[in-house]
Design a protein around this ligand. Structure first.
Ligand SMILES: NC(=O)c1ccc[n+]([C@@H]2O[C@H](COP(=O)([O-])OP(=O)(O)OC[C@H]3O[C@@H](n4cnc5c(N)ncnc54)[C@H](OP(=O)(O)O)[C@@H]3O)[C@@H](O)[C@H]2O)c1
Length: 325
């Protein structure tokens, strides 16, 4: 378990990303992916909880609030006993025109809580470093939401090493702590390691949440150069001829661990680095498979072998925060 700094909230070694829940543009709910329905989402939700994975990540912008609405519905259907294992994280989109950022954040947090059907959220994150306001102004806004009892822990997403330091310092000056930084991190994007972000976060007690941890499906073995993923998956979008050898190695290592799948090995590699992956799951089978990243561990040599094959990926581009994720 990871304790979120500045709070009593604890998250497990693995979470679930819910961007696809209710989203049309990228993941095709009601669009290209006709297999993605409220029923398959319900099964993914239930299977995750049954596997002991209760940390769900969403955002106000996912499906224009639909992801939060769906989670609210799932939560309401979940028996109280099982609901205790649920930890919810959502995000505020700090668009540049939201100049009165404190008012905007408080209003957005209240709207998110309304859609989620809860009185407070466990983790509230700034979606990306795109505000025109200072780190201090954003820290003030987060502190106001925390003081009002709307959020238990506060985090950021897509922040660089420098930005992470600045906002953590600003929060500490207000008696709070930065609990998390959610970044694109996988075998297809190791930049958080090479930039020193992982080290900085470890030193400061900030949990790194790894998004697109299975490369938007590319690391699961279901896609290849011969059968690439659908268009629009803009994270980890390497030429698949570069990804195929990584998946082949994941498969070999998985076989050596009693038939683990490439996706499970890819997630285990992240867990071994001390970060918390939040893979998206659209149905029961995916949720069950992803949860199988827990309960076993790659050896140091295997982690090192995968390090050799990994790809650095691209710098985080600010405009992508708007368009995706
Ligand atoms: N903060 C940010 O800016 C940001 C950006 C991106 C994502 N995120 C968060 O991170 C979460 C995860 O990232 P992501 O959704 O971009 O990518 P991901 O988790 O790497 O990939 C998820 C996709 O992979 C496929 N998949 C999942 N499990 C599978 C399995 N076991 N076997 C085969 N395919 C499987 C599914 O798509 P198909 O079945 O259609 O292939 C699923 O939608 C998001 O839901 C969101 O919460 C945050």
């Amino acid at each position: 378990m990871h304790r979120l700094a500045g709070s009593e909230v604890e998250v497990g070694a693995l979470g679930v990303g819910t961007w696809a829940w209710g989203d049309r543009a990228t993941w095709g709910m009601g669009g290209y992916d006709t297999d993605l329905t409220l029923d398959t989402i319900r099964e993914a939700w239930t299977a995750s909880l049954e596997a002991g994975v209760g940390f769900f990540d969403t955002a106000e912008v996912y499906g224009d609030g639909e992801s939060e609405r769906i989670i609210g519905r799932m939560l309401a259907e979940t028996p109280a006993e099982r609901r205790r294992g649920v930890v919810l994280a959502t995000k505020f989109m700090p668009a540049p025109w939201k100049v009165r950022v404190r008012d905007a954040l408080l209003a957005a947090a209240r709207a998110s809580l309304g859609r989620l059907g809860v009185e407070s959220v466990d983790l509230y994150q700034i979606h990306g470093p795109i505000s025109l306001r200072s780190h201090g102004a954003l820290a003030d806004a987060l502190a106001a939401a925390h003081d009002a009892g709307l959020v238990r822990a506060v985090g950021v997403s897509n922040y660089s090493v420098r930005e992470t330091r600045a906002v953590d310092d600003a929060l500490r000056a207000r008696g709070l702590r930065l609990a998390t930084n959610q970044v694109e991190y996988s075998l297809l994007r190791t930049m958080p390691e090479t930039s020193g972000l992982l080290r900085e976060c470890r030193d400061r007690g900030i949990v790194v949440l790894a998004y697109s941890p299975i490369g938007q499906g590319r690391l699961t073995g279901k896609y290849s150069a011969a059968s690439p993923p659908p268009a629009g998956r803009n994270f980890s979008d390497h030429d698949m001829t570069l990804v195929d050898p990584v998946v082949a190695r994941l498969r070999e290592l998985g076989d050596a661990h009693g038939g683990r799948t490439p996706g499970q090995v890819a997630l285990n590699w992240i867990i071994r680095k001390g970060a918390v992956p939040i893979p998206g799951a659209k149905n029961r089978a995916q949720a069950v498979e992803n949860a199988g990243a827990l309960g076993w561990a790659l050896t140091d040599d295997e982690v090192a072998a995968l390090d050799e094959l990994s790809l650095a990926g691209r710098r985080a581009l600010r405009h992508r925060v708007w368009q995706h994720g």
